[in-house]
Design a protein around this ligand. Sequence first.
Ligand SMILES: O=C(O)CCC(=O)C(=O)O
Length: 285
Amino acid sequence: MNKRPLHPITQDHIDDYARDGVVCLRQMFDAEWIARLQEAAKAVQADPAAYGSAGPSHGAMISISHLFRSPGAFRDFALHSPAGEIVGRVIGADRVQMFHDHLFLKPPLSPSVMQWHADHLWPFTGTMIPNLWVALSPVTQENGRIEFVAGYHKFCAETGSRFGPAGDGTFSFPDFESERGKPDFPFTFKTWNLEPGDAVLFHVDIPHYSKGNDSQDLARTGLAMRMIGDDAYWCPREGLMPVQGLDLLSQTEGEHPAPCPELPVIWTRPETEPRAFTRREAQTA
Ligand SMILES: O=C(O)CCC(=O)C(=O)O
């Protein structure tokens, strides 16, 4: 099973992510990793409670998180696959830590719709809070591929917009469904069909949505891996999703989360390479 990406991370990947806040990464993991995760996903589907925590969307869709906390395929993938390196190189981090993973499996004819949202309930601020969603099945328009509002992360950064407890309480998303057809809507809707082993990487501020699975026979399965890079800081507010096992409210606002078993380092840029990231304090000094 590969430890390094099967294909190089290109300048186009880096530029697309910087511009759009979302990029498609094709076939970075070998077939052995994907087969192992597919088997593990089947086991989760058969007995979800045995493997992790049910998310609010669990029901017509299998929605189970924190799989990497237990020994097995998901933990091995988080700690030993190229996932951390892929993410670090695209987002320009020098160190990547795992936050949590989340399996989303829409069985054939699942009516489960994931409404437009961004991942603003993570307990961090900063710009390096990405989500690597790895396809474990073919993903198509019919079986519920994810759609993204590309470029929205720049709007959020420029206006300081975040909904939920990490924001100022005044921000809400527009109705993206009705914006979709408007010629003056300043953002672009993006989506990709995926094969098992393809992935999409998206920024915490990118709104995303997936419809139900209309296929009679093809499940839609993806493993979302939430990570943090160097530019991520504690946001200890009531109502944000805690890091399981840590007391969120006792963390120091604005401090970068120290590596620990709950937030393990999964990739560090080799010493032989120039640093990609300069910490904020250093920039303002
Ligand atoms: O798998 C899906 O359809 C939704 C995934 C999602 O919302 C997420 O990874 O944050």
